[in-house]
Design a protein around this ligand. Structure first.
Ligand code: PMP
Length: 353
């Protein structure tokens, strides 16, 4: 802490990112990246963009990308907002919509950046506990509030909320923004995109980091009715008017052009998840339901922190959260079939199974 820091900065509790090791050859299953590289068309588009035009500023409106997303979801370009990863989009959304007279509502176990943005912007939050099955109980979100944020599928638990329940949330809070963070939705969740033109309070946030294999490029977006997007644009234009650089723009557009690659890789991840679920259950793990590219698992006879450390000693990285209710769980991102096999083999050895 430095005396130069302004008082609010002294109070900040920043996000602790998952480990991004520089050690080669690790089986990295700790931060929910896609195990497959992006489409070759993405690489070609980025190379072409690098050849041409880097001396010029990018399009401050990121129109080509927003248009590609709008076409994909049957929206107008004005209903899409682009940002440097969905983390940035979420930050702008919290600032634009959640600094209200009342606390916002969010699940007690969810993406930990939500709390960080509340701290950053002085937003109060009421944490709503997950139900006994670690799911979101929408009936608990009826109180007068400043807005609602959920992740669907939730993180780090992985379970998805059916669309009818998302609609119930939207109807319960007609005067407040309900932000649905769909970072993992392409792995089997129910997307609320099709509800956008029916609900003026719905903001959907998605990322290209997971199902489009572009965590390294940092591209995310929000979709909603025009008045919400205008709110986000106000914040962006007061902060950084170039949300995407030229390489990110080119790569992100190309990712949407190669839908065959997208479909093939997400299907491969889903297949691996279901196989891994069975294999871990055979080893005695309890596995939470998941519609995401990760599994939350615990072993009744083994301490999660010890298991994570033992796996690390075998060069396999998984995530362990020291948080109430989930401290005995490991979150395992879905890898390639070879990575999943390495994980299962290592677990078998550690458990003596
Ligand atoms: N939302 C959720 C629920 C996440 O798990 C993540 C990734 N850690 C993000 C948003 C942010 O993703 P990105 O900034 O890479 O788009």
């Amino acid at each position: 802490m430095s005396t130069f820091w302004s008082p609010p900065v002294r109070e900040l509790v920043p996000y602790t990112p998952g480990e991004q090791p520089v050690i080669p050859g690790l089986v990295k299953l700790n931060t929910n990246e896609n195990p497959y590289p992006p489409s070759p068309r993405v690489i070609e588009a980025i190379a072409a963009a690098a050849q041409d035009g880097l001396q010029l500023y990018p399009d401050p409106q990121a129109r080509a990308f927003r248009q590609a997303v709008a076409n994909h979801h049957g929206l107008d370009v004005g209903q899409v907002f682009a940002g440097n990863g969905s983390d940035e989009v979420l930050a702008h959304a919290f600032f634009a919509f959640f600094r209200q007279d009342r606390p916002i509502l969010m699940p007690d176990i969810s993406y930990s950046f939500y709390k960080v943005y509340c701290g950053l912007y002085g937003i109060e939050a009421t944490l709503v506990p997950l139900d006994a099955d670690m799911g979101i109980d929408v009936a608990q979100y009826q109180a007068a509030c400043g807005g609602v944020v959920i992740a669907n599928p939730n993180a780090p638990t992985g379970s998805g909320l059916p669309l009818a329940q998302v609609e119930q949330l939207l109807r319960q809070q007609p005067d407040r923004v309900v932000l649905v963070d769909e970072a993992y939705v392409d792995f089997g969740g129910d997307s609320a995109m099709a509800l956008i033109n029916r609900y003026p309070n719905l903001l959907v946030v998605q990322t290209l980091s997971k199902s489009r294999s572009l965590a390294g490029l940092r591209v995310g977006f929000a979709a909603g009715q025009r008045h919400l997007i205008e709110g986000l644009e106000r914040v962006k234009d007061s902060f950084n008017s170039y949300p995407l650089d030229r390489l990110a723009l080119a790569g992100a557009v190309a990712a949407y052009e190669d839908s065959a690659y997208f479909e093939a890789t997400r299907a491969a991840v889903i297949r691996s998840r279901e196989l891994l679920r069975l294999q871990l259950q055979e080893l005695g793990f309890e596995v939470l339901p998941s519609q995401a590219n990760f599994l939350m698992v615990r072993h009744p006879g083994h301490d999660a922190a010890t298991l994570a450390a033992d796996l690390r000693a075998q060069r396999i990285l998984v995530r362990h959260f020291k948080l109430p209710r989930i401290e005995q769980y490991l979150r395992i991102s879905i890898g390639t079939p070879a990575q999943c096999t390495a994980l299962v083999d290592a677990c078998r050895k550690l458990l003596g199974a």
